[in-house]
Design a protein around this ligand. Structure first.
Ligand SMILES: [Mn+2]
Length: 341
């Protein structure tokens, strides 16, 4: 396995100016990690490829320096993310709750509710470090590095690794590339910029296998996910420039889909031509609904999500409402339509 030291990360040296304003944050992160022997990395709930890839990439890079690292995901890891790491299936690096730790690092977690219930259950303990790219993140940790110009949290982590004196190897670069690929939907989102491609290309130089990762995270899904989609697709409705559908617990049960996410159906719905916003209601429990919005340039779905206590990006946002599905649909549709006008 090839490992490339920091001195050789020339792309970072070229770009270093851009991050100078955050020097204080950087040294706070460095100090916090240096003085901690046990570090716990937290994914957000209903984890996606970016939070998983960022947590694994950063954690593995630190692990090789002798730190004791834990990977925490309260919710199950989706199958496409499970399958792509060697010996993952039999030997998952993730645990649902942490063992005692000295420093907590939350990656791609835009608000404290999305960190799961560990922090609230432990006297509202404040996380140590949060690194994220969601513009709605107002800083939930002691040390916050929020850069909403980045297309993925994995991009920020890739830039941070050499700054902390850590190295890339095949495992680290594969994890980060999978984060970048999933959050940019294969380099197709509006925020995919030159830097996204430069860093992705560096990850490939550090032996991340673009083809393999693309095949497993972008180009494959389980049979159950396909069945689950069929329920959502059959209920699809168009209302002017708004397209919406629902996935209920019954759909989940009938299809055998194991996750609490939407199996990425929202991204497919959002590719429908002539629409401006796609919206998907995913029933979580009889008393709770997860809502996902995807917009096309010209609308701001993060503002709609915010009205319902959620957040996210201008063109991709989400919220959870603690009410029965049937009670929320009309109000959410009405608010979303306002965002189109
Ligand atoms: Mn992300």
């Amino acid at each position: 396995m090839k490992s490339i030291p920091v001195e050789n990360c020339y792309w970072w040296k070229e770009k270093q100016m851009k991050y100078e304003i955050q020097d204080e944050t950087l040294s706070a992160i460095r100090q916090c990690i240096q003085k901690s022997a046990r570090i716990a990395f937290f994914c957000h709930i209903r984890p996606d490829g970016d939070t998983i890839g960022s947590v694994l990439g950063f954690g593995w890079a630190l692990q090789s320096t002798g730190k004791k690292v834990q990977f925490i995901s309260q919710d199950d890891i989706p199958s496409q993310d499970r399958l792509r790491f060697e010996d993952y299936v039999e030997n998952s690096p993730f645990q649902k709750t942490p063992d005692p730790f000295d420093c907590s690092i939350l990656l791609d977690v835009s608000d404290i509710q999305r960190a799961g219930d560990f922090f609230s259950k432990n006297g509202n303990r404040i996380p140590d470090i949060c690194i994220d790219h969601h513009p709605s993140n107002s800083g939930l940790a002691r040390i916050n590095w929020i850069d909403s110009e980045k297309s993925a949290t994995a991009i920020i982590v890739a830039k941070l690794i050499p700054l902390l004196g850590l190295s890339f190897d095949k495992k680290v670069s594969s994890a980060l590339l999978s984060g970048i690929l999933t959050d940019t939907q294969g380099f197709t989102t509006r925020n995919t910029d030159a830097e996204t491609l430069q860093i992705a290309s560096k990850m490939i130089e550090y032996e991340a296998d673009l083809y393999e990762i693309t095949q497993s995270v972008m180009m494959s899904h389980s049979y159950e996910a396909g069945k689950y989609w069929s329920f959502g697709l059959s209920k699809m409705q168009q209302d002017g420039k708004l397209l919406w559908s629902t996935l209920t617990s019954e759909d989940k049960e009938k299809s055998g889909y194991p996750g609490t996410d939407d199996a990425n159906l929202i991204n497919y719905l959002s590719t429908t031509e002539t629409i401006k916003i796609a919206l998907l209601f995913v029933e979580q429990t009889p008393q709770s609904v997860k809502i996902s919005w995807r917009g096309k340039p010209g609308v701001d779905v993060s503002m709609v999500a915010k009205k319902f206590g959620g957040g996210g990006h201008v063109l991709a946002a989400g919220a959870t409402i603690n009410q029965p599905l049937a009670n929320v649909i009309q109000e959410v549709l009405a608010e979303t339509k306002k965002a189109i006008q």
